[in-house]
Design a protein around this ligand. Structure first.
Ligand code: AR6
Length: 173
């Protein structure tokens, strides 16, 4: 693992809909038709254009990612990824969570996006404990950045104090 803060990985506490990175990453579900949690917040803040584009895309398998514009958001794009529903001790589920991060970054690279903000995929309604999800997320991002120079910044956006503390310990804040 490399040097984090001050390097290309950053973290903030707050609302992802307010981020001004070129893309924000949504924790969506397979249908891509909106929902609760961060997904609901992004569709509410971004407006109906995002949902229209999601309908046209027609869904997304778990661990993969799809891109739409950002509608009324500051971010120009929304990358919608689908994390796994947590299952205790499952390697398959851990691999799917890592894939969600990796495939979101790959889609950013494919679209020339250099600054990406992630919500904490699967750690809300999908039940992934933050202590287990955070190291997987950080390692997947770190591995991707090691191999790809094009992405300048990955920002983890944590919505509550507890998640922020867990990430802070791992990132050495
Ligand atoms: N900004 C940043 N993070 C947020 C925000 C926000 N505005 N709102 C919530 N979070 P969740 P999941 C955090 O449940 O577990 C949806 O209905 C939240 O505290 O949004 O991947 C989808 O349609 C948590 O840490 O996503 C799916 O059906 C994190 O975002 C399902 O939920 C993710 O929680 C996906 O569940």
């Amino acid at each position: 693992m490399g040097t984090y803060l001050g390097g290309r990985i950053d973290m903030v506490k707050g609302d992802i809909t307010l981020q001004d990175t070129e893309a924000i990453v949504n924790a969506a579900d397979n249908k891509l038709l909106g929902g609760g949690g961060v997904d609901g917040a992004i569709h509410t803040a971004g407006g109906p254009k995002i949902l229209e584009e999601c309908r046209r895309i027609g869904g997304c398998p778990t661990g993969e990612a799809r891109i739409t514009t950002g509608g009324r958001l500051k971010a120009r794009y929304v990358i919608h990824t689908v994390g796994p529903v947590y299952r205790y001790g499952s390697k398959v589920v851990a691999d799917l969570l890592a894939a969600a991060y990796r495939n979101s970054l790959k889609l950013a690279s494919d679209n020339g996006i250099k600054r990406v903000a992630f919500s904490s995929i699967s750690t809300g309604i999908y039940g992934y404990p933050i202590e287990e999800a955070a190291p997987i997320a950080i390692e997947a991002v770190d591995d991707y950045l090691d191999l790809h120079d094009d992405i300048e910044l990955v920002r983890f956006v944590l919505f509550n104090d507890r998640d922020y503390t867990v990430y802070g310990e791992l990132l050495g804040v």
